[in-house]
Design a protein. Structure first.
Length: 208
């Protein structure tokens, strides 16, 4: 599998995802909504709610008190409504209407002091989990040739549609679903391919 500037074989990817699932059970349950991908887009898919902000805290968004009223008051209903909750990054080719809509929504949550890319990505992924990756400093270490924003989204799109990666991610999901009932990693068999990609990208960046 080619992820950013790194490579990983399926067996190692499975091992890494097992470790992630075993140590991040609360994230998978309360942030990702697994099992079942419950509440995709949140209770109100076209508006940020207090529930959304609480869920991002589980994955370490470290919101400040001043961030919360600002986020609740951002007028982004039009930009949210332009993007279906199940819109996929695989279908968001750079320059396409979907890609441009994704960047327009991203822009609505840009510019607030102290609300950087990592916090924003955790919120946007929660609202549109098949389209926006979770992005942190480790992921950007894996995608060293792509800056945050449009460049990172385009780079991750390329990795998702790479035919070799498509094959390997399908194999990865089949193997995750086949994990024992007692394995926490089994939950990740339900996660969007994009979520598997960003988890592996973060772990690869952290290992550098």
């Amino acid at each position: 599998m080619n992820i950013g500037t790194r490579k990983i074989v399926v067996d190692e990817a499975i091992a890494q995802l097992r470790l992630y699932a075993e140590t991040n059970g609360a994230v998978l349950q309360y942030y990702d909504g697994l099992p079942g991908m419950t509440c995709v887009g949140g209770s109100d898919p076209n508006q940020v709610t207090l529930e959304d902000l609480a869920r991002t805290m589980v994955i370490g968004s470290d919101l400040r008190a001043l961030d919360i009223p600002w986020l609740l008051e951002v007028e982004a209903e039009k930009e949210f409504a332009a993007i279906p909750v199940d819109a996929r990054l695989e279908d968001a080719k750079p320059g396409s209407d979907l890609f441009e809509a994704a960047m327009a929504l991203d822009e609505r949550f840009t510019g607030h002091r102290g609300f950087g890319q990592a916090k924003k990505s955790k919120l946007l992924h929660l609202k549109r989990p098949f389209l926006y990756p979770v992005s942190d400093s480790f992921i950007r270490m894996t995608y060293t040739n792509a800056a945050a924003g449009a460049e990172l989204l385009a780079a991750m799109h390329r990795d998702l549609v790479n035919p070799a990666n498509v094959r390997d991610f399908k194999l990865l999901q089949v193997r995750l679903i086949a994990e024992p009932q007692t394995s926490a990693a089994r939950l990740l068999g339900e996660a969007p391919t994009l979520r598997l990609l960003d988890i592996l990208a973060s772990l690869l960046g952290e290992a550098k």
